[in-house]
Design a protein around this ligand. Sequence first.
Ligand code: NAG
Ligand code: NAG
Ligand code: NAG
Ligand code: NAG
Length: 762
Amino acid sequence: MGTTRVALLLSLFLSHLAGKVYGAGTQYRYNNINRASMQAGISPQAAAMPSLGNNNVESRQEQKVRQTMARDIHKYMNLSTDPCVDFYEYACGNWGRYHSRQLRAGELITAQHLVEARIAEQLQDLLTLPLPPQHHPNEYSAASAANVRKVRSFYDSCVAVEANTAERRQFLMKILREHGGLRNVPNSNWKPDYHWLQMLAALRRNYGLDILIGLEVDLNLQQLRGNSIYLGEPRLTIIPPEHCSAIATRQANVRDEIYEQIQQQVADNMRDWFGMESGEAARFSGDIVRFEFDLCKRMREEETLPGSEPDNQQESAQAPVYGGRSRIGQERLRQQPGGSSLYPRMTLTELTTKLSNWLDFKLFVESILEDAYTEHVYLRSQSYLTHLVRTAKANNPITISGYIIYRALLELNQPPEEQAMRRPRQCVHVMQRLFPQVLGDMYQRHVQRDDAQHDMEQVFSDLVKAFEQLLKVDWLDESDRRTARTRLAQYHTQLPDYQGVDLSGLQFQKNEDYWRRLETTLRFNSREYLNKLRGNDFAQIPEGTVNAFEVRAALVPRQQAVLVGWGLMQEPYYSYYYPKALKYALLGQRLASALLQAFDDEGWNRHPQATAPWNELTMAGYRNATECQRAQYSNYLSNQPSEFRNATRLREIIAEGGALNVAFNAYLGWLELVHGLKPLLFRETLPELNFTNTQLFFIYFAQLRCWAKPDEQPASEAMPLMQHTPQRWDVNGPLSNSEEFGREFGCALGTHMNSGKKCLIF
Ligand SMILES: *[C@@H]1O[C@H](CO)[C@@H](O)[C@H](O)[C@H]1NC(C)=O
Ligand SMILES: *[C@@H]1O[C@H](CO)[C@@H](O)[C@H](O)[C@H]1NC(C)=O
Ligand SMILES: *[C@@H]1O[C@H](CO)[C@@H](O)[C@H](O)[C@H]1NC(C)=O
Ligand SMILES: *[C@@H]1O[C@H](CO)[C@@H](O)[C@H](O)[C@H]1NC(C)=O
């Protein structure tokens, strides 16, 4: 179809071309709408005008959605490409052209980013427009309204803040002076005998900053009630996570460009904040980035799959990976004296002794809590903590203090956008971070709809049925399969719940500026968080799992639930009027991907209530099946079967591919169920698009994974490996592993998109 036809779309009545559209589908197996309609003598025109009649308004809206959808699908495609060679190019070839204007330089943009940007706009309105009146369906309770007013007043001060840097510098200086100062910053109230552990504890207590020693309050996994302290890796680092991990640092050097750039940034900041002289700033930044780089060597070790290279084995023999997902690592954990099945536990005094009596963990935790703490703590990553002690010992305390305070200031320094026009958007993001529950509540009230929720539950229940069928896979041993079926039946979807959100303890004074309010809020949030130690919220979904304004769904193993953000229930991910094929391909695939994570090694065997770990047969089969995917992905990226070793990413790949299969089968299940109900089937194709319903399923799966990056040169066709990016894999990988895809697009065996070797876990 040429572009002229698309241009005609609006003026032409749909039925005009519908004949050709349906006339094309002779070779399709699952739902031959053409044949069904012919046999029953229903003209194809009916397909374009579903349920016209009493419900006129809705039908018009439905038509509008369907037309827009069809137009968008078509305009993003590059129909001159062979779908069997590169489906990403076929489905997404023109996507970038329509979206690269919305970006800032260097930014990668996807459909998800676009939805997130739209949600931020909606939140901005919700933070500024009047609250819904009384007796409105979205009316706020008195408590929620009070929360919203508080957040709005903070939001207003955020928008009003001067981009003027003097106030911000004063704020940073105040924090610095109150936390021990720095030797090389004049007038910062430097206290040489203030131990960095005290500084660390104070920053954690006052602002909730998770630096150097990660501290989390989470459910006590041993007793499955009450909350406990977990110690491990910190959330905040200077080096971004993808460059701060055992894998990333293995072949890297701190003098590599990426780390040099980070050092430069640190030095620039120190000059900007405190007028530090260049030479001094360079020395300071060199010291603290080197210090962190060393720490990174033992972070995120569980991301590394055990390798086959000799140097790899040697290393793991010397230093057992405690946090590792390897079976051996797990068994070691299980044998920890007094440990739960998952994490070793000990008292703070025992921990101090165990880690060579050099860091007083009891002092650290008790100064955070401002209270005695005699309970056990659990260790999330003993290998990191051991390494931290070793690294800290080898460094000058002044470097460590400098590191801590710099990381804290970096977090607190959120420079206001220079352009006032951009301030509101920035402030929405600040509010999302500081008050996720209040903003989640506002967004949910604004967009929630019973019909959408009902639809989602229906899709999910079909996914569960389809998944149950797919549990027939060879690698699951019969007894484990039975257990999996039983557990699968217990899964359900859930939406975020914001009852009981209470900001009454948060008090702003009139006329306080933004920086002051920021500090007050951080203190309040930190106190609330630590107060959870007294709570017993096993029955609740852990806070922050997924918020209503997020475009994703996530597994909550404890509740056997998939928690869904309302962002996923917006176009283009979902519309009530979408054909079922799209509902399953988009929403369905995303829900299935979350669900499947309960049924992989990590989700099954390391689940807090894992009562029935897989037997050896299943385990061996699973290892074999995942190795197929790992090697396939590694070959795809680098032509090297052993190079790729990122366990977290592998888990995503497995879930995404399996979820596509589950969603497609759920759709087939639905088609069988409605077999013969023509009015329903007519809706399954889109006006003007010469694709069957099942082809559309795959096209839309692909199009939600299109991306664009401004100034990105198209990769040369002479160097095919350059085109093999993780983003392109996300489309071509799962599709080329799908038997049905190859069939639907008539790709011969051996073409790129239908290679002989398929790897699938489910
Ligand atoms: C569409 O695909 C063809 C063949 O792959 C390519 O030559 C052409 O440049 C693509 N068009 C656009 C607009 O990207
Ligand atoms: C491993 O994969 C995860 C998930 O995709 C990613 O966030 C992380 O940065 C990766 N790690 C490295 C070292 O690339
Ligand atoms: C291992 O997986 C491959 C597919 O990747 C399969 O053909 C083979 O039968 C499996 N072997 C075992 C022992 O499960
Ligand atoms: C529709 O697609 C089929 C192949 O998929 C092709 O044979 C047919 O000519 C196309 N029809 C129109 C109207 O473009």
